[in-house]
Design a protein around this ligand. Structure first.
Ligand SMILES: [Zn+2]
Length: 188
């Protein structure tokens, strides 16, 4: 039994499905318990429901039968195009997508949110991540800007806190990313 388990662990490690390293960031999926989430193109701490696929193929992803996806816009777009071409089947997707956006990059535009809806038929929640993958800010559940992640200081990001507290359940000040303003100026 023990031998079988060890073999299984080796296979999972080799397959990139398990990342036990506690230095890895946590995914912080917006719902609990976390459904089976495949994280595309990034490594997160192996917590219940979180399966990281830093390098992934359509076969590996199909095999995992994910109920949700997380990844950068580019990774999610890549998966969507594979589905469109019939190279990938993701029939089990049921839970919101998580879009991982590097700090400093423009957050998703309205058009990109709609595009994700078009591709997957699921809402997406955006997370702003630092260079080390650390969670810096999460999209407000009322879709009204962002809220800083617990313990994150205003100086960690390029933006500012709104004076008013948000009317969502968090009752915290809204955080405005400087990159959001650039997006608004571009008329998107
Ligand atoms: Zn809010």
């Amino acid at each position: 039994m023990r031998l079988a388990l060890e073999r299984l662990f080796r296979v999972l490690h080799r397959g990139g499905l398990m990342h036990q390293d506690s230095s890895l960031p946590t995914l912080d999926y917006p719902l609990a318990p976390t459904p089976r989430v495949a994280v595309l193109g990034a490594a997160f701490r192996a917590e219940t429901g979180v399966y990281s696929l830093p390098q992934w193929t359509p076969e590996r992803l199909t095999q995992l039968r994910p109920l949700a996806l997380a990844g950068s816009w580019a990774e999610l777009a890549k998966a969507a195009r594979m589905v469109q071409r019939g190279e990938l089947a993701l029939p089990g997707l049921l839970y919101p997508l998580v879009v991982l956006t590097p700090a400093g990059d423009a957050p998703l535009s309205q058009r990109e949110h709609l595009q994700l809806w078009d591709w997957f038929g699921l809402p997406a929640w955006e997370q702003i991540r630092g260079q080390d993958g650390k969670l810096l800010a999460v999209e407000c559940e009322a879709r009204n800007g962002f809220h800083l992640a617990p313990g994150v200081d205003v100086d960690h990001l390029d933006g500012w806190l709104d004076a008013d507290e948000c009317d969502c359940a968090q009752r915290k000040p809204r955080y405005r990313l400087a990159a959001e303003k650039a997006l608004a100026a571009a008329g998107d």
